[in-house]
Design a protein around this ligand. Structure first.
Ligand code: DX5
Length: 224
């Protein structure tokens, strides 16, 4: 299997042990994680509340890895400047969560931060067509957002293929297809074969079964 570009894995700290977060992030970085993902939840767009830009600034001080902030919040336009200020490298926005997505993606890119777009599993991919030319990535939610440890939604595979096709039709070979939710040893191969090259992994990386290093090695081995 030869994906278009090296597959990048982004452990989500949502699944990490928050009582020892610095050590968990250090383990992920030492074990070869490519990014760190922050699942930002406001208790409105999704029921749970996790953390905000202050956590992003703290994580920024803990790692040299690029950081992606996945904003599962209402009115993300009110939050974006704080995450840019905190030093994140990518901000992923739900297309359903903002009235002016095109303008918001332009604003994120103008700040030198990669703009990612995502949408809930119940939404048609056609909603992304108008912003596909200007985002750095399309992220397919393969679970309903709000919680880690959920099962991969099988219909997501076709959405991954369609997202890749959408970008390819635009000549966007530079843009990535990301997947978030239920990425693990048994799903990672078909996810990459469907066209994804950037993967969020929470509970598959941070769990009480094995070390972070062993967990990441297991994911990589499932791809080779
Ligand atoms: C859902 C979160 C999760 C998380 C990944 O809102 O975005 O998808 O990052 O969790 P796992 O890898 O445990 O499904």
């Amino acid at each position: 299997m030869s994906p278009r570009r090296p597959v990048q894995i982004a452990p989500s700290i949502l699944a990490a042990d928050w009582t020892r977060l610095a050590g968990q992030i250090d383990e992920a970085e030492s074990a070869g994680a490519d990014w760190i993902t922050l699942d930002v939840m406001d208790g409105n767009f999704v029921p749970p509340i996790t953390f905000g830009a202050q956590m992003a600034a703290a994580v920024r001080s803990l790692t040299t890895l690029p950081i992606e902030a996945h904003l599962m919040v209402e009115r993300p336009e009110d939050q974006v400047d704080q995450f840019i200020e905190a030093g994140v490298n990518c901000i992923t926005i739900h297309i359903e969560s903002t009235r002016h997505p095109h303008r918001l993606f332009q604003r994120i890119a103008a700040a030198g931060v990669e703009a990612g777009v995502t949408l809930n599993p119940g939404k048609p991919l056609s909603e992304l067509e108008a912003v596909a030319p200007i985002v750095g990535r399309i992220q397919i939610m393969s679970v309903n957002p709000g919680w880690g440890g959920q099962s991969f939604i099988p219909e997501s595979l076709d959405r991954i293929r369609k997202a890749r096709d959408m970008l390819d039709r635009l000549g966007r070979d530079d843009a990535r297809v990301a997947v978030d939710g239920g990425v693990n040893e048994s799903t990672i191969r078909e996810i990459v074969q469907a066209g994804a090259d950037w993967l969020v992994a929470g509970s598959a990386v941070f769990n009480d079964r094995e070390s972070v290093a062993d967990a990441l090695a297991r994911l990589r081995a499932a791809l080779s």
